[in-house]
Write a protein that binds this ligand. Sequence first.
Ligand code: GLC
Length: 612
Amino acid sequence: MPSAPAPSGSPRPDSGSPDSWWPRAWWARAWWARAWWERAAIYQLYVRSFADGDGDGIGDLAGVRAHLPYLAALGIDAIWFNPWYPSPMADAGYDIADYRSIDPVFGTLADADALIAEAHAHGIRIIIDVVPNHGSDRHPWFAAALAAGPGSAERSRFWFRPGRGADGSQPPNNWQSIFGGPAWTRVTEADGSPGEWYLHLFTPEQPDFNWGSPDVRHEFEDVLRFWFGRGVDGIRIDSAALLCKDAALPDVASTEPPGPAHPYSDRDEVHEVYQSWRAIADEYSTGKHGTGGLGDRMLIGEVWLPDAARLARYVGPGELHTVFNFPYLDCPWDAAGLRRVIDETLALNAPLGVPATWVLSNHDVDRVVSRYGRADTAFSLERRPYFHSLPVDLALGTRRARAAALLTMALPGSVYIYQGEELGLWEVQDIPDELRQDPIWTRTGGADPGRDGSRVPLPWSGTEPPFGFSPASASAEPWLPQPKDWRDLTVAAEAATPDSMLRLYREALRVRRAEPAFAGTPLTWCEAPEGVLAFDRLAEGGEGPGADGPEESGHDADGIDVNEAAATVRCVANLSAVSVPLPPHAGILLASGPLDDGLLPPDTTAWLYATR
Ligand code: GLC
């Protein structure tokens, strides 16, 4: 939520800044005063695949700590960590056995504490993943539930039910696991007899918690306090719309949309949970529990809902601070489609006073270079096998991904960057079957290739796998094989190549952070040829091209020339098949590819200073 500009005479944000050209006008101070997450660039860090410090072929916290300077230089504001807790890894850590510790393969709690402190010293916030819908079948509560037997208080923390049919051999209802197969598994009771069934919307190793149980509510509130108390700045809430179930557990019709009548998706009771979580986040933001951390705590929900009005119920002053923008991610590389999603996103967020989020990729979807290099550039989780059947033009996909990066970073709100996106990595579609790890692959009998292709370990340096991902002394190969062709996409190679994706991301993030126009909230569409998206970003308080800025004199109370800093930035993205003339401009800030004698080539985005 935009807050009021800092009063005149308050300390100037440029004092001590390493960037000598740091914007100096009063609206830059307004930006400074805002909550950090409102326009942050947030790096999604998939620990297993980021950097392996101890040489076991699996990324870990030591690897992250060693590369914090890389992330600081990239120019991000926060890191979102995928789950780092003790886990049997049936679903890559989304099956949590202990919510208050770190898996030994990643390190220790002391490592996490050190990492949080070191990241904070770089000015980087930490967001962690909390998975409230389900735990692990190795969680002590589940072991206790199995031991305690039917009707026990221990079982009431999960969804245990007798089966249907005379001998109880049929699942209690028709719900299907999101990863394929039935959503119920039958247990063997302590006396060896076939027993009750338990619910798991994902794998059988991920039993769903019963959010009707006060134990569950208290436990998660305590987990939040545990991590906020350690200085964590934000929580990403996994599968956030699925927590509450209709206790009658009725069959579900495949046509039932998420909402109050659906037995497990987007039920109204879920909002009580997030209202209580928001109260906890607010307590830590106000410093009631000391000054641990860098200030405001935020909550972001993973909410996949087709209905914008239902989605809007999750965000706002008493609930989550933001939700992920999945329609933007799923949208094809198409000007009209993207404009529609951008407009709908802003229309949803603006009245609620919450910032939009912009997401091009994450650990669950195909990498953006591959998506945009196919003849069909849309994406949906349900149709992954179809998308994988299409040929990929990597050069085309890379050009579009570069253009998409500048388009995305020019939009008002926060932006999420999934590790490797800044290197232009592609989806690895040819992982040998026997090396695939994603339960989606096994549970669909190989019909769905799953998500391993977006989770391949990062290439850091050198010309051969493991590309510096593991130390030279490593005892194991990376947990998923890296393509040999990634030799040109290592951090070292790209850092040395002026037109690399990495250099583009660094420069774009630097400009996005420094340019006053990107600190403002408004976006104004401009006329543009068909297939071209053009919009202005205007520093808050400015009045657009030709205006003199907020002060009639053109100077603020400190005597600073506001006109200089109030320049409107125009973003022009050409998604058409032909080059188009650039609109009149006073200068070019950045372009995603070479310009063609004043023309903007296809699949290219430019950031311009609009003419006054
Ligand atoms: C979320 C995660 C995904 C995980 C699933 C089950 O969608 O992003 O990776 O498999 O929840 O926890």
